[in-house]
Design a protein around this ligand. Structure first.
Ligand SMILES: Cc1cc2nc3c(=O)[nH]c(=O)nc-3n(C[C@H](O)[C@H](O)[C@H](O)COP(=O)(O)OP(=O)(O)OC[C@H]3O[C@@H](n4cnc5c(N)ncnc54)[C@H](O)[C@@H]3O)c2cc1C
Length: 534
């Protein structure tokens, strides 16, 4: 659905950032070094996936490590679909960005003055920095939020939901927002940066908070920007599974420190699935856990921490220990019931290596973006680093390219989905989540994908419905699901996090990426970066 908005009396600011996770906060701080920034976020500044990140930031800083080793591990996890040039940027620029975080005051854990590193799944070296044990995201967010709030160059607009990007002849001019009193505001900028995170809320069980509803992919797609790799959804193998208890992540680092997975019969099962056992890549562990659950007829397996001992558990994982205790589970005494949960979207808005999207004046970074760095499966703890590195690259681009519009049109277009009855938002969201969990989850096949496709067929409303964040989020989740289904149907193979029961093996002919835009679906060779003519 398309509406037009008048631009009379509106000012064009230099920079507009949408989202306040690591990518949005950090990029806003960097851009504020060169001009004024408006930062818009749909809830409070601290509400984001970032705040819940536990394990840490993967970066090759120690003497026993190198960017080359980090590169090899990332490429291997990506199952043949990483863009090598993007990985090169990530691992080589990562160390500088993390040193910057340290200088900004993020309290990464140290021992005798040296940074402490953990080894996580599919990493060949211990290289994951953490803060307050298992509260890395909270500490990063706290530090960056404080800096943003005290930066005179940054105007913060909390509780402003981005409804649609404003587009016209020269690309993206800004965003239309909705505040908690349903007031609409148009914000214009020379450069708009999307940093709206992922889409875990498409699924019933997810580690992501309520704000992760795929809004950024929908905003960009409606504005005409291509999106890529939407079939690749990472499921975390170990989220707490207790009755009537929120889905809570049990970080990979617990397995890194010696946690063992056991099925309902208390048998250790991972060595029979993969030579790296509990430290196999995430997709392998998630699938193995699901298969063991199906085999034993249980909705969970167990994470046994008895090798760690109570002191290490409390010292290294204070957040997990306290949270489980608050749910009546003492993890120093009993194993943790766990099951897989939707965790991270590898797919997103296609960007070049400077965060530019297919729409002029529109940039994207963080989980919403797809530079090709994660391929078919993200290496654990690479995403916080991704937000920093590619956020910084947007600064590099804007420092050297003065963006401006030749003319501001009298009217701009705002396009968004309006496909379902506004009166049924809650019920429709639940139905969609149930469908996604069964048919678009860890194991997929033709029949289920077709069923999902059928359910997602749009009924176009003829009139603009009352716009509320709940309604718009449902429409965005639906669009994300439609794009996911299209890509998952097309990819008739299994690779990385995309597993098809009817095509269980990788097919070399599919060593290419699926890209979708309002103009249609196509593929591009893996080694080819996205390039745009602006
Ligand atoms: C439980 C958990 C643990 C994790 N652990 C790790 C880890 O240890 N290491 C690691 O590297 N990664 C980890 N991840 C992944 C990582 O946290 C995320 O990929 C990363 O934080 C994404 O950052 P971001 O800034 O791109 O998005 P987010 O942090 O999700 O921020 C997105 C922001 O956009 C805002 N927003 C969204 N839609 C709109 C809209 N329509 N209008 C306005 N604002 C909007 C949101 O409110 C939010 O502020 C974890 C994720 C989870 C959920």
């Amino acid at each position: 659905m398309k509406i037009t908005v008048a631009t009379t009396g509106l000012k064009v600011a230099p920079f507009l950032v949408i989202g306040s996770g690591i990518a949005g906060l950090y990029t806003a701080l960097k851009l504020a070094e060169i001009a004024e920034v408006t930062l818009v976020t749909k809830e409070t500044l601290k509400e984001s996936n970032t705040t819940y990140a536990q394990g840490g930031v993967a970066v090759a800083l120690s003497a026993s490590d190198s960017p080359d080793l980090h590169y090899t591990d990332t490429i291997k996890a990506g199952a043949g679909l990483c863009l090598p040039a993007a990985v090169d940027v990530l691992v080589n620029e990562g160390p500088e960005r993390v040193k910057e975080l340290l200088a900004m005051g993020v309290p990464f854990d140290t021992e005798a003055g040296a940074l402490v590193t953990t080894r996580e799944a599919a990493h060949s070296r211990p290289r994951v920095l953490h803060a307050d044990g298992d509260a890395t995201g909270r500490e990063i967010s706290k530090t960056l939020v404080k800096l943003v709030q005290t930066n005179p160059q940054i105007t913060v607009m909390e509780n402003h939901y981005a409804v649609a990007l404003l587009t016209g002849a020269e690309g993206c001019y800004g965003v239309l927002t909705l505040d908690e009193n349903q007031n609409q505001t148009c914000l214009l900028a020379q450069a708009t940066i999307l940093a709206t995170g992922g889409c875990g809320q498409l699924y019933l069980n997810t580690t992501n908070p309520e704000v992760a509803t795929g809004d950024g992919v929908a905003l960009a797609f409606h504005a005409g920007a291509p999106v890529a790799d939407l079939e690749f959804v990472q499921f975390h193998p170990t989220a707490l599974r207790l009755p009537d208890t929120p889905c809570f992540l049990i970080t990979e680092a617990v397995r890194g420190e010696g946690g063992i997975l056991r099925n309902a019969h208390e048998d250790r099962f991972m060595p029979s699935y993969h030579h790296q056992a509990e430290l196999a890549p995430r997709d392998v562990v998630a699938r193995s856990v699901l298969l063991e659950m199906l085999k034993t007829g249980n909705d969970h397996v167990y994470l046994d921490l008895s090798l760690l001992g109570p002191e290490l558990i409390k010292h290294r994982f204070p957040n997990i220990y306290e949270t489980c205790l608050s749910y009546g589970l003492d993890i120093t005494k009993a194993p943790i019931p766990v099951a897989p949960a939707a965790h991270y979207m590898m797919g997103g808005v296609a960007t070049d290596l400077y965060g530019r999207t297919g729409v002029p004046h529109l940039f994207a970074c963080g989980e919403v973006a797809n530079s090709g760095v994660h391929g078919a499966n993200r290496l654990a703890s690479n995403s916080l680093l991704d937000g920093l590195v590619f956020g910084h690259r947007i600064l590099t681009y804007l420092q050297t390219h003065q963006l401006s519009f030749t003319q501001l049109p009298a009217e701009l277009e705002a396009t968004f989905s309006a496909e379902t009855n506004p009166a049924q938002v809650t019920a429709d969201r639940l139905t969609l989540q149930q469908l996604a969990s069964t048919e678009l989850g860890i194991i997929r096949q033709e029949n289920g994908l077709c069923q999902a496709q059928h359910y997602l067929t749009a009924t176009d409303l003829k009139q603009v419905p009352t716009l509320t964040p709940d309604y718009l989020e449902l429409q965005n989740l639906r669009l994300f699901a439609q794009l996911l289904v299209t890509a998952a149907c097309a990819r008739q193979e299994s690779r990385g996090s995309h597993y098809r029961l009817d095509y269980p093996d990788p097919n070399p002919a599919w060593t290419k990426r699926i890209i979708q835009s309002p103009q249609g679906t196509s593929t591009i060779p893996v080694e080819q970066p996205f390039t745009w003519r602006w």
